[in-house]
Design a binder for this molecule. Structure first.
Ligand code: AMP
Length: 463
């Protein structure tokens, strides 16, 4: 039996339509993953499903395929499935996956998320796109309007419910549920973990659900080679550059602890002539999309990221994950390392470990249940002079800002003092002086209010 036939029979046994089997085959999926094998037949049988499955388990196709099959069988008109997901990246990815599975089915999907214009999304609602994939905040924005009523809704998916909880979206999710039409509905509920608020939400939402529990990977996938690279904190950048230069690393996502560090690291890599894009919470949606697209199509060799992409980003054929900083929580390590070796491919996960981070590194080894190989890069000068630190400590940065503000205030006060008495004194002397002073005072107050606004903006963007 050829691999293609095997793919067909593996998925065909789940009862999927020929068009969907063709797409699955075209994607090169040779057999259903465990969550797909369990959830697809249940969902096709119109059951509500409560699935514990992580990113990387194949859960997206596990809910998309049965939804698509359901929609193919009945007349079109109006949005019939809504998928709620915590992040813009996940929403975009799900729509992308949908497009890969959709050829031949005529099914259309659209993503609804913030940070981009409302109009194309309004059009998607109005045209009754079959499947909407939405993040909670932007969906609620649309729900204020009549065009977003979704009267034909038949299927609801909650994707990464625990992540929605982590991100504080649960109240929004409940608001969304109140907006949805009351009648019969199938609900598919996916969450990697089941903390009590998620269990409660699932109980409220699901009608006698079928449980799908795929053995939770408490450890990293076996296809991944993991290595720790012990190195002084101030030599990490140089070591990373050298690993890239010597082709120890191909294309790579590099995780940093903070936005500031990821920005600084990206600048240094750029200076070293390495194609790099950045993705973190302060980047606009457009910038994030561009960075990710550029990384996927090979324009950038390195994607420097903070935690936001640690879950959910699906970058195929990713060779390497590098933890530039050791994640303090072993679970974060496991999630990150899961970015590579998706669906049983192989990959490598490197972590740069400074002496100060050794304790956290040992915590990770305990969690994954084995020791992780320590590597040294031959020819690299581990003892070279310190580089300038990547990050000025927060306290030092705040102190510098405060000092600058103090100085500005005292300069402004001195100026006001010079003007104030001068204005009084000169008014008796000549009309011009008075005129100037009036002008000065009004300029001063304009400036004052301008400063007020700009400092308000400053603190907002600082958050
Ligand atoms: P997900 O957990 O849905 O984010 O999927 C993780 C990755 O596995 C994605 O790149 C999918 O395209 C891929 N994938 C999903 N199902 C299969 C399968 N049956 N065989 C191989 N790869 C798959």
């Amino acid at each position: 039996m050829s691999n293609d036939t095997a793919a067909r029979s593996g998925f065909a046994a789940l009862g999927l339509h020929a068009d969907l089997l063709r797409s699955v085959e075209a994607l090169g999926f040779t057999r259903p993953t465990p969550v797909q094998a369990e959830a697809i037949p249940l969902a096709l049988n119109d059951r509500d499903v409560l699935a514990s499955a992580q990113t990387g388990s194949g859960k997206t196709a596990a809910f998309l395929l049965p939804i698509m099959q359901r929609l193919m069988g009945r007349p079109r008109g109006g949005t019939r499935a809504l998928i709620l997901t915590p992040t813009r990246e996940l929403a975009a990815q799900i729509v992308e996956h949908l497009a890969e599975l959709a050829p031949g089915t005529g099914i259309r999907g659209a993503a609804i998320y913030g940070g981009v214009g409302m109009n194309p999304q309004v059009k998607a609602f109005r045209s009754g796109v079959d499947i909407l994939v939405a993040t909670p905040g932007r969906l609620l924005d649309h729900f204020q309007y009549d065009y977003a009523k979704l009267p034909h809704l038949e299927v609801l998916v909650l994707d990464e419910a625990d992540r929605m909880l982590d991100m504080g979206f649960l109240p929004d999710v409940r608001r969304i549920l109140r907006h949805l039409p009351k009648g019969e509905r199938q609900t598919l509920f996916f969450s990697a973990t089941m903390p009590p608020p998620i269990v409660k939400l699932s109980q409220e939402l699901l009608r006698s659900p079928a449980r799908v529990e795929v053995a939770r990977k408490q450890t990293t996938p076996s296809g991944i080679t993991q290595a720790f690279w012990p190195v002084r904190a101030d030599r990490k950048t140089a070591l990373l550059i050298e690993l890239l230069r010597q082709d120890e690393i191909g294309n790579v996502i590099v995780f940093c602890r903070t936005k500031h560090r990821s920005n600084r690291l990206a600048e240094k890599l750029e200076k070293a002539g390495i194609g790099v894009a950045r993705i973190h919470g302060n980047r606009s949606q457009k910038q994030r999309t561009e960075a990710l697209a550029g990384f996927k199509d090979g324009r950038y060799r390195v994607l420097v990221a903070t935690d936001i992409v640690a879950r959910g980003i699906d970058v195929e054929a990713l060779d390497h994950v590098v933890n530039f900083d050791v994640p303090a929580a072993p679970d974060d390590y496991i999630h990150r390392v899961g970015r590579t070796a998706r669906a049983e491919e192989t990959g490598e996960a490197y972590t740069l470990v400074s002496p100060e981070e050794e304790n956290d590194a040992r915590g990770i080894e305990r969690k994954v249940g084995r020791s992780i190989e320590r590597r040294q890069l031959e020819g690299f000068d581990y003892n070279a002079r310190a580089e300038e630190p990547l990050e000025v400590p927060l306290k030092q940065r705040i102190d510098a800002i405060r000092a600058r503000k103090r100085e500005e205030r005292s300069r402004a006060a001195a100026k006001a003092e010079r003007r104030g008495p001068g204005g009084n004194g000169a008014s008796g002397g000549n009309g011009n002086g008075g005129g100037n002073n009036r002008g000065g005072a009004s300029r001063g107050s304009r400036r004052g209010s301008g400063n007020g606004r700009s400092s308000g903006r400053g603190s907002a963007s600082g958050r």
